[in-house]
Design a protein around this ligand. Structure first.
Ligand code: ZN
Length: 311
């Protein structure tokens, strides 16, 4: 049995004219409802149908970010939508969507650990560009970083590894754990490309030195180039550090049909990368959290494979 999580109220954070809009996850959710009819027994669904969340969530988010009060104020005073920077919009309900997404993800990882299984979190807005002191790049809160913090607080892992295969470098995730030796950050990304961080010389600092691994690739990179890095470098680093839990920043903007990037990966290539990750960890204690990916046909196809466990 595998876990799948989504928030039915994600559309309360939406701006139709923006590429990161609610069509992305609407497509995924309707596809899941259509596809799981015959497979109900194999899938544990985590669905958020309201914006309720426990106040503990805010405490955990504030251990990662220092601007939440300000963001709360901005959201509360937003009528329709507002921009934090030219890329990053908010609505009145954005932060509530983010908090209820996180509560959903926490429940999913509890189940994943209890059942030695794996899961997929189809949440939006994405998170990997959000740094400790700044929201940016469509991202309000760094979902995977907060999830890592939750795991540390409630499950006491020795070491966590965050793997990020989005086309863009996860500058936020890197920055948050740059001086930390308890969370390994491993990223493949187009370079030089937005956000222009992630050169191979960025390796962490202080006690985090040697725990950040960047594998920049050509902005036109294809399946072969990426698969090779996962087969060789990822497996080697995983075996060296033996993390207890893997969080994957799953960005599907590496697909050749993505409207905002130039990479040339296929669905088969993406599945191969996911299979390498899953099989390396014996298909347990790993979750894939949605980051980028702006072609809804691609997202729909991806979920078809995820639902079947990427066999
Ligand atoms: Zn991206």
């Amino acid at each position: 049995m595998i876990a799948i999580a989504f928030n039915e109220l994600h559309y309360l954070h939406n701006l139709d004219s923006h590429v990161e809009n609610s069509n992305r996850v609407d497509t995924i959710i309707s596809n899941i409802y259509k596809s799981i009819q015959n497979q109900k027994g194999d899938i544990k669904l985590f669905i958020s149908k309201d914006l309720n969340y426990s106040k503990d969530i805010i405490d955990i988010v504030c251990k990662v970010h220092n601007y939440i009060d300000n963001l709360e104020f901005r959201c509360r005073n937003t009528k329709n939508w507002d921009f934090l920077d030219p890329d990053t919009y908010i609505t009145k309900y954005s932060l509530e969507v983010v908090f209820s997404n996180l509560e959903l993800l926490f429940k999913m990882v509890d189940w994943v650990i209890e059942n030695s299984s794996y899961g997929f979190g189809y949440i939006r807005p994405p998170g990997h560009h959000a740094e400790s002191k700044k929201a940016m790049g469509f991202c309000l809160v760094n979902n995977v970083a907060v999830l890592a913090k939750y795991l540390q607080l409630y499950h006491n892992p020795k070491r966590i590894m965050i793997v990020d295969f989005d086309a863009h470098h996860g500058n936020g995730t890197q920055e948050i754990f740059y001086e930390d030796d308890s969370v390994i950050y491993f990223s493949t990304h187009a370079y030089p490309f937005y956000p222009f961080t992630g050169s191979h010389t960025e390796k962490g600092s202080l006690k985090g030195f040697g725990y950040t691994f960047n594998f920049p690739v050509s902005i036109y990179a294809d399946d072969k180039e990426l698969i090779n890095i996962y087969q060789e470098e990822f497996v080697k680093i995983y075996e060296q550090f033996q993390p207890d839990f893997l969080i994957v920043s799953a960005g599907y903007d590496i697909h050749s049909d993505d409207p905002i990037t130039y990479m040339n990966c296929t669905i088969e290539g993406i599945n191969k990368i996911k299979r390498i990750l899953l099989d390396t960890v014996a298909r347990k204690n790993i979750v894939f959290i949605l980051e980028g990916g702006y072609n809804t046909n691609v997202l729909q196809e991806i979920t078809n494979y995820d639902i079947n466990g990427i066999r």
